[in-house]
Write a protein that binds this ligand. Structure first.
Ligand code: PLP
Length: 364
């Protein structure tokens, strides 16, 4: 059964909104949230917007024991004319369903979910912060709620969307970070869940991150789980290198999460006619390129930071310094273009922007 309407239960008192310049990431949530339930045989039903509140879930619910869950992350931006807008949200909902497929979670109707997100963001529009670089982070997620300790796909789920106003990622300007290449722990392997956006991937990545955080490294560079040779991702971002004029990113191999930012960066580079290749790239190749003076740039890509330049990589005690620790030309151009489009300051040649409120014929 397909639910088509969304009940709205407004909260009676509104929370105080934080100051735009004091915002952090993911600590404050808006007044309302979207919830929808799945039960067998009803399917997804009871779509509603309700006051933001704790959940009551049975301690035996499967999510607490076996981690069957998926999530997404995207942002709403305020354009100069005061409109709330999303960046390629349909990509996030497609990916949510791909993650669902991997985790044996029932598919959602992507169009309906996008409508629900738009309706929630429109209701909470006053929560979108206005100062430069700030946005409203959107976190859709699905958890398995059947009270049962048997190991099997749950027959009950909740799909929830919460919203959090977030501060500028770069408060003092875009700045390269130090990265430690991880030789011991791996994030994912082909055949595992690396391609899915699921909490378990994050749980298993914490240890490596903790080990290097104290030594001034922002993140780890993940290598492939079989040979520990080939580069996969950096922290929870995709990664790009510029070697001798060519931009290279690891080819999707079954363990890499395909970022919406990665996909957009590939499109932009092709549009600019900058040589770009998706292929396997090893740490040894990177080390050699650096030795030959050909490693020109390195950067991560993801929704939170958009572009995160890498100024130094440490691998087996050797330091690889990139572009004198400065932000590279391509990284800067990509950052300026992506954020320019997201905030409605630049033209949108690829139709990436989705206005939250349609000019006419709103679905709701
Ligand atoms: C979400 C995520 C990314 C980046 O995806 P975007 O859609 O660009 O935000 C990259 N790697 C991992 C592991 C992720 O979970």
């Amino acid at each position: 059964m397909e639910e088509r309407t969304i009940q709205v239960n407004h909260c009676s008192t509104r929370k105080e909104k934080p100051k735009s310049d004091q915002l952090q990431f993911g600590r404050i949530f808006t007044d309302h949230m979207f919830v929808m339930d799945f039960t067998d045989p009803l399917g997804w039903h009871d779509a509603r917007i309700v006051p933001y509140q704790p959940l009551t879930i049975d301690p035996s619910a499967m999510i607490f024991h076996y981690g069957q869950s998926v999530f997404e992350g995207l942002k709403a931006y305020l354009s100069p004319d005061g409109d709330a807008q999303l960046f390629r949200p349909e990509k996030n909902l497609q990916r949510l369903n791909q993650s669902n497929e991997r985790l044996c979670i029932p598919q959602i109707n992507e169009e309906f979910a996008l409508g629900a997100i738009k309706k929630l963001v429109e209701l909470e529009k006053d929560w979108i912060p206005g100062s430069e670089g700030t946005s409203l982070y959107i976190r859709p997620f699905i958890i398995s709620t059947e009270p049962y300790l048997g190991v099997a796909p749950s027959r009950r789920y909740k799909f929830i969307v919460i919203l959090s106003p977030v501060g500028a990622y770069y408060k003092e300007g875009i700045n390269p970070v130090k990265i430690a290449v991880e030789n011991k722990y791996v994030r994912a392997v082909s055949g595992g869940t690396g391609e899915a956006k699921t909490g378990g991937n994050y749980a298993s990545s914490l240890k490596a991150q903790e080990m290097v955080a104290g030594s001034g490294y922002a993140q780890v560079l993940w290598l492939d789980g079989v040979e520990r040779k080939y580069i996969e991702e950096v922290g929870s971002m995709n990664v790009f290198f510029k070697i001798n004029g060519e931009v290279i990113t690891p080819v999707l191999n079954g363990s890499i999460l395909e970022g919406v930012t990665r996909n957009s960066v590939l499109q932009l580079l092709k549009h600019w006619e900058i040589p770009v290749t998706e292929r396997k790239i090893s740490m040894e190749e990177l080390r050699q390129a650096n030795k030959d003076g050909l490693l020109e740039e390195a950067f991560g890509t993801g929704t939170a930071a958009v572009i995160s330049p890498i100024g130094q990589l440490t691998w087996n005690g050797q330091h690889i310094y990139i572009n004198d620790g400065k932000t590279g030309e391509i990284a800067k151009r990509l950052y300026d273009t992506m954020t320019g489009i997201q905030y409605g300051m630049l033209e949108d040649p690829f139709n990436w922007i989705e206005k939250v409120k349609e000019k006419s014929n709103s679905v709701f």
